[in-house]
Design a protein around this ligand. Structure first.
Ligand code: CTP
Ligand code: MG
Length: 241
């Protein structure tokens, strides 16, 4: 499942993020192709911007995808969590393993996708690709965190530091996150709306079920801010070279 219903506020004005072009092809098309590249993926459910489902359907029929892949498109919701929930409701019957993959990570290599699937097949109910953190991370007080939302580039008032977590124990997580279907459904059913979960594995953790990490990949980075578009286009150009 590919949640692609976000606006892309941090990317700046323009079309919804998933529809922005990378080297001439919409980010969402790259993301669908990246998932469909795995032979284990039989169905891709795209969760489109709420008013853009028809446009996304046309887009995906116009771009070549492997024949073995069925693509469904459903409209998304106001938050990522809601969009994933709507995608789950649209899954056809008989699916044992669900991968949830951000449209905003269009360049994830197929080996990363297959690695996640393999770990779920080996019995882990929730699997997350992750990389070591390269920046040292500081924790700030809740009031400071609210006044400067994560990712805001605007300089604000100085923020008091409350802690520095040991970097060697931190990991930055990516997608696709892979799940036993029944576990992911239970996690989303148990959710308290508006509790601020930023990934699906976090919901599974709250159930008390084990979540494991497997190696992520640098090229699975999330296109979030304008500089990420430059990086993504450079990666694509290098692949073609
Ligand atoms: N997403 C979604 N529905 C939402 C919000 C986000 O399907 N209501 C999807 C995005 O389309 C994206 C993924 O969740 O593929 C990760 O979210 P993020 O990178 O935060 O994208 P946006 O929410 O679009 O960006 P921003 O937060 O800058 O507005
Ligand atoms: Mg967002």
């Amino acid at each position: 499942m590919i949640p692609a219903a976000g606006r892309g506020v941090r990317l700046g004005p323009g079309a919804p993020k998933a529809l922005r072009a990378l080297n001439g092809t919409p980010m969402l098309v790259h993301a669908v192709r990246a998932m469909a590249a795995s032979r284990a993926v039989s169905v891709v459910v795209v969760v489109a911007p709420p008013d853009g489902a028809a446009e996304v359907k046309t887009l995906l029929t116009d771009h070549a995808l492997p024949e073995r892949t069925d693509v469904l498109v459903v409209p998304g919701g106001a938050t990522r969590q809601e969009s994933v929930r709507l995608g789950l409701d649209a899954l056809p019957p008989g699916i044992d393993i669900v991968l949830v993959h951000d449209a905003a990570r269009p360049l994830v290599p197929v080996d990363t996708v297959d690695g996640v699937i393999e770990a779920v097949r080996d019995g882990a109910p929730a699997v997350v690709p992750a990389l070591p953190v390269t920046d040292t991370v500081k924790e700030v007080a809740p009031a400071a965190a609210e006044s400067a939302p994560a990712g805001s580039a605007a300089p604000g008032a100085p923020e008091p530091v409350v802690a520095t977590p040991d970097r060697s124990r931190l990991r930055a997580v990516q997608t696709p996150q892979g799940f036993d279907h029944a576990t992911l459904l239970r996690a989303h059913e148990a959710v308290v709306v508006g509790d601020g979960a930023t990934d699906d594995a976090g919901l599974v953790e709250r159930l008390g079920e084990p979540v494991v990490l497997v190696p992520g990949h640098e090229e699975a980075f999330k296109v979030t801010r304008p500089l990420d578009l430059v990086l993504a286009e450079a990666v694509l150009a290098r692949r073609r070279a």
